[in-house]
Design a protein around this ligand. Structure first.
Ligand SMILES: C[S@@+](CC[C@H](N)C(=O)[O-])C[C@H]1O[C@@H](n2cnc3c(N)ncnc32)[C@H](O)[C@@H]1O
Length: 246
């Protein structure tokens, strides 16, 4: 018998859901909360839509919504996607910056995707799989690849593994956010954007204020595709002011 947690880790990805029939899953899942999660997953229109559009995850629509609204990704842009596995944000970014060169009349962009888990290849993306973004050597691999080319957008949908202790989880999330912010200010060109996932908590205002030191415009965004019962929010910084020496 599978536990709820095992099912959850296996099934956030649409591909996995496709391979296992819902009835099989239902009969194997123990616990009310897991059954609730599965029912929600099966009736979620974004899960269905992701399947139809060949996105690896429903998360794709969060980036689609944010970018439709704020237009941070354009053909020719250089983008770093942190916490990219299984890869739906990368799929969206590749199309929007044309890093697969699908449209030959538009500038061809670059997408670098990093995750501590494996990422299956995505045409048009340079994959840095099995790498902890917070490790200095991982960031060096990214900057070596970029070879001084400045970035237009740093995206992060990273989330730490939940410990179940809310304060600790929030602290770990905040550490990831600051790691992204520190990296972004080092590698970004002027007027670049940063998009960071965060959990609504007492530290949101502080992070927002710290982002505003480097970005002219900072907004808290909650896309419709982000579940209402989730504490997840996104902080979007636009118009990077640049560092004195950049
Ligand atoms: C919600 S998932 C990202 C989904 C992805 N945006 C997509 O659309 O497919 C969060 C990811 O963050 C990754 N992650 C968490 N901490 C990380 C770290 N320190 N370095 C790299 N990846 C990390 C996890 O492995 C996980 O794959």
């Amino acid at each position: 018998m599978l536990t709820g947690l095992q099912i959850r880790t296996l099934s956030t990805c649409v591909k996995t859901l496709r391979k296992v029939s819902p009835n099989d899953l239902k009969s194997k899942i123990k616990g009310v909360s897991s059954q609730h999660w599965l029912s929600r997953q099966l009736s979620d229109p974004y899960v269905e839509k992701a399947k139809r559009m060949n996105y690896r995850c429903r998360s794709a629509f969060k980036l689609v919504e944010i970018d439709d609204r704020f237009k941070i990704l354009h053909p020719g842009h250089v983008v770093v996607d942190c916490g990219a596995s299984p890869g739906s944000w990368t799929q969206v970014a590749v199309k929007r910056v044309n890093s697969d060169g699908a449209n030959q009349t538009l500038a061809k962009g670059t997408v670098c995707s990093i995750d501590k888990q494996h990422i299956y290849p995505i045409e048009g993306a340079v994959i840095f799989g099995n790498m902890d973004f917070t490790a200095p050597e991982s960031q060096k691999s990214l900057t070596d690849f970029l070879n001084d080319e400045k970035v237009h957008a740093v995206l992060s949908d990273m989330a730490p593994n939940a410990t179940g202790i809310r304060e600790l989880d929030n602290e770990n999330m905040l550490k990831l956010c600051y790691a992204v912010l520190r990296f972004a200010v080092q590698v970004s060109r002027k007027e670049a954007s940063v998009l960071v996932k965060m959990w609504q908590c007492g530290s949101t205002k502080k992070l927002e204020a710290d982002m505003a030191r480097f970005y002219d415009n900072v907004k808290v965004v909650k896309p419709n595709s982000s579940r209402m019962d989730s504490a997840e929010i996104f902080l979007l910084g636009r118009n990077f002011k640049g560092l004195k020496d950049s």
